[in-house]
Write a protein that binds this ligand. Structure first.
Ligand SMILES: [Zn+2]
Length: 445
């Protein structure tokens, strides 16, 4: 399990440093501090003789671009994009320091180890290695270490695509995540995220009437109303929808009929999903439903004051083809007679997708089959959002991919994402680095 080759050592070391930089994005503009990791990567790539461009739309929120220019402007171009920010942690739930970047028994521990500093690091290592080898592609290769992925890309990918399009938009884009090995009787299946759900993040405001906390009888307590709003949202069951990508994924994995049938039947899926292992059931459910998760609530000012105002945030994820109007109608149905007590403000960012019949797909098929014996690719749905959406809307083919070793089971991967004890094994880091090297060479020369 110990590191045994220079590439593995190099990517391990870079990942540890990225983790220790603690670029925690809590959604506020003052958080993130991605410039720390951009400085690190500027030095790292600079030592390989590479030029870098910095874009810093807000103090501390820098992104870095480096390019290996192709010789043929008509040849396809490829962007390897990794974000440098991570989500907050609650250290109480961890068995190691979440920002220690410790290497323990061949695993690197820390926030970002699978989301997605592992890939940000492996992409940088591959990029610098290509430059060192004197890589002269026909098509341009671009490396982007991007800020603010974890808060809708406002100061990262969204900003870059809007303001610095020529610097970052390419024909093909690869970013998180995918590539975990799903065992099947015909060999490991590697999901490529060709589609992602949309977000419809909403702020809900509930108003009441203030009063003295010592006399609660017949008061109009906004917090009590809000609690009922939360209950109704959670109780609401959006219908099951079997999309094309989900169906192709289930077919591609080659599940036996007794599993494939309930996974692709809107009538059977809801009962079946609750019998599955926890991580897998959450994923199956999210791939086939609009999801509604109340996540933040602010209420009240003082113990003896009946609150007259509550503001809550709800994380809503939408399926391909769903409009904002459709989601709004769902919310109203869920709230029932409380609908007119709730003011809703939403940010509609619809689902995006890319085709799978592309040269990049063919190249990835070839390069991964050399790295993972007997493997093949399957299209998959990303249930969260990634920066791919901005690039897909700008006309790029965007895939979420990377490679993970067979030691990292999907079940673990899914629970570590934004969860406790996030860590990645060094074999996964090596595989991803090899993947970028081989893919750039195949696609761009
Ligand atoms: Zn991520």
């Amino acid at each position: 399990m110990a590191a045994s080759d220079p590439i593995t050592d190099e990517v391990t070391d870079l990942l540890q440093q990225l983790i220790r930089n603690q670029c925690v994005n809590d959604g506020t503009v003052a958080s993130g501090g991605e410039t720390r990791s951009v400085d690190l990567l500027t030095q790292y790539l600079g030592r390989g003789g590479l030029d870098t461009e910095l874009y810093e739309p807000q103090p501390g929120r820098a992104s870095l671009v480096s390019r290996i220019e192709g010789s043929d402007p008509n040849a396809p171009s490829l962007l390897l994009m990794g974000h440098t920010d991570v989500v907050p942690v609650n250290a109480d739930g961890w068995h190691r320091d979440p920002f220690g970047g410790e290497l323990v028994d061949g695993e690197v521990w820390g926030r970002g180890a699978v989301d997605m500093l592992n890939l940000t690091a492996s992409m940088a290592v591959a990029f610098r290695k290509l430059a060192n080898e004197g890589f002269k592609p026909k098509g341009t290769l671009v490396y982007l270490a991007v800020a603010d992925e974890e808060a809708l890309g406002t100061w990262g990918a969204r900003w870059l695509v809007d303001h610095e399009r020529d610097a970052v938009v390419t024909d093909y884009v690869i970013t998180e995540s995918g590539g975990f090995q799903m065992p099947s009787p015909a060999g490991p299946r590697l999901p490529v995220l060709i589609e992602e759900k949309g977000t419809y993040w909403s702020k809900l405001k509930v108003r009441g009437t203030p009063g003295h906390g010592s006399q609660p009888f017949r008061t109009d307590n906004a917090l009590v109303t809000a609690a009922e709003v939360v209950r109704r949202l959670v109780e609401y069951k959006p219908e099951t929808r079997i999309g094309e990508t989900w169906r192709r994924f289930v077919e591609g994995i080659g599940f036996p009929p007794e599993i494939a049938e309930p996974l692709t039947s809107p009538d059977l899926l809801d009962d079946y999903v609750s019998t599955l292992p926890l991580g897998f059931s959450r994923m199956v459910h999210a791939c086939t439903h609009t999801t509604i998760a109340p996540t933040v609530m602010h209420a009240g000012t003082k113990t003896n004051v009946i609150p007259d105002f509550v503001e809550m945030e709800v994380d809503i994820r939408t399926l391909p083809g769903q409009s904002g109007d459709e989601i709004r109608a769902m919310l109203e149905e869920a709230l029932g007679d409380l609908a007119d007590r709730v003011e809703i403000e939403s940010n509609d960012d619809p689902s995006t997708s890319s085709p799978s019949d592309t040269p990049l797909w063919d190249v990835l098929t070839k390069t991964t089959s050399r790295l993972v014996d007997g493997s093949s690719l399957v299209p998959f749905v990303m249930v969260g959002g990634t920066d791919n959406r901005f690039f897909r809307r700008a006309g790029s083919v965007g895939y979420g991919f990377g490679l993970f070793s067979k030691h990292l089971a999907f079940e673990d991967y899914a629970t570590m994402f934004h969860g406790n004890d996030e860590r990645v094994d060094q074999e996964s880091l090596r595989l991803s680095t090899e993947l970028w090297l081989a893919t750039a060479k195949e696609l761009l020369t």
